[in-house]
Design a protein around this ligand. Structure first.
Ligand SMILES: C[S@@+](CC[C@H](N)C(=O)[O-])C[C@H]1O[C@@H](n2cnc3c(N)ncnc32)[C@H](O)[C@@H]1O
Length: 336
């Protein structure tokens, strides 16, 4: 097999260049020797590297990344713009495809089915997260025409409707972080609970006395009930409705989670009214990357209005909404 011998420091750039030109040959190991990698290539070309014949291990089970597999099939401008990262929700892969390249939907979808054996359905995002339910339209690129997936995360199995209910796999580390903070015997309220990822992960991985989710989207609530039952979570419950109406009927909580970063500040009064003295509140917000302090101002003002002194425990960055706009979680505690 013909290979191109590239110094390690230049390897990533050289590989991207090979893929872009359609010269990279997927399905083989890339050996490393002293300070060089040997990339399998289709042919010699004008490059500042040596070309060397080598025996390479075949990796038939690894047909390469989506970009590698599409090299030579998509025009280079489309290949350059293709986002390599995609979300995998159970057996559903969800891509973002530039509007100008929709004519390649089927090719991209079918290629992804071949490169990722776990994937049975390939969808593309057709809109941003919209409306009260924060849902996103999708179109089918290839595979089985379904929006329902079974996703495993932090020790629970979740039924997820990727089009009718908000769900993000990218929050799994954040859910684990919150689970690590829950103390034995706590009553935990999850406002805006969707199909129950926080509710289930906290109920499964902590010794909370009770974890209660509240969600306004009936489809999300239906799935949350299924997920609680499926994971046999006797310490979890879910209610359907607007938090403003439902939460005041649920009693007092030791911890409140507010995963509605688009508008959680408008519900701080509801969270504060439901929180015991000494409770911890996890408040999410989308803010410019250097402006997380704005959330501290909303929290301080809301606490002052309700006469509940509070202390910010910390702020973590837990995602990206847009270039230079991040999802932050501010953890704050009410005075005892
Ligand atoms: C960003 S999603 C988070 C869903 C879930 N917690 C998760 O992490 O996957 C926000 C959720 O809040 C719900 N929601 C919006 N306004 C609400 C309200 N007033 N009362 C209850 N739920 C609401 C939406 O339907 C949506 O499912």
């Amino acid at each position: 097999m013909l290979t191109m011998k590239v110094p390690l420091r230049a390897a990533e750039q050289a590989k991207q260049d090979l893929i872009r030109r359609g010269l990279f040959v997927p399905g083989y190991g890339v050996p490393k020797e002293s300070e060089h990698l040997y990339f399998p290539v289709k042919e010699r070309f004008d490059a500042p590297y040596d070309f060397v014949e080598r025996d390479l291990d075949e990796r038939p089970g690894q047909p390469g990344t989506l970009k590698e597999a599409l090299a030579g099939k998509l025009p280079t401008d489309a290949l350059d713009k293709l986002k390599t990262a995609y979300d995998q929700v159970g057996s559903i892969a969800i891509l973002e495809i530039d509007e100008d390249y929709r004519q390649y939907d089927a090719l991209i979808g079918k290629t992804l089915l071949l490169t990722n054996p776990k994937t049975k359905t390939v969808l593309a995002k057709d809109s941003r997260h919209e409306g009260t339910f924060r849902t996103q339209q999708m179109r089918l690129l290839a595979g089985e025409d379904t929006r329902l997936a079974e996703h495993k995360e932090n020790g629970v199995v979740l039924a997820v409707d990727v089009e009718e209910v908000y769900f993000s796999t990218r929050l799994s580390t954040e859910r684990k972080r919150i689970a690590g903070l829950v103390q034995p015997g706590e009553r935990v309220l999850v406002m805006f609970s969707g199909c129950g990822p926080y509710t289930c992960v906290l109920a499964k991985n902590t010794a909370a006395r009770e974890v209660v989710g509240v969600e306004i989207n009936p489809r999300g609530h239906e799935l949350a009930l299924q997920n609680i039952a499926r994971n046999k979570l006797l310490n979890a419950t879910a209610y359907c409705g607007d938090v403003r109406e439902v939460v005041p009927c649920l009693g007092a909580f030791d911890r409140v989670v507010m995963p509605l970063p688009k508008a959680a500040e408008t519900f701080l009064d509801v969270a504060l009214a439901a929180a015991n003295d000494g409770a911890t509140i996890h408040f999410y917000a989308f803010l410019p990357e250097d402006a997380s302090g704005e959330a501290h101002g909303w929290i301080r003002d809301a606490c002052q209005r309700s006469g509940r002194p509070c202390k910010v425990l910390g702020t973590v960055r837990c995602g990206q909404q847009a270039p230079r706009v991040c999802r932050f979680c501010v953890d704050f505690a009410l005075s005892k």
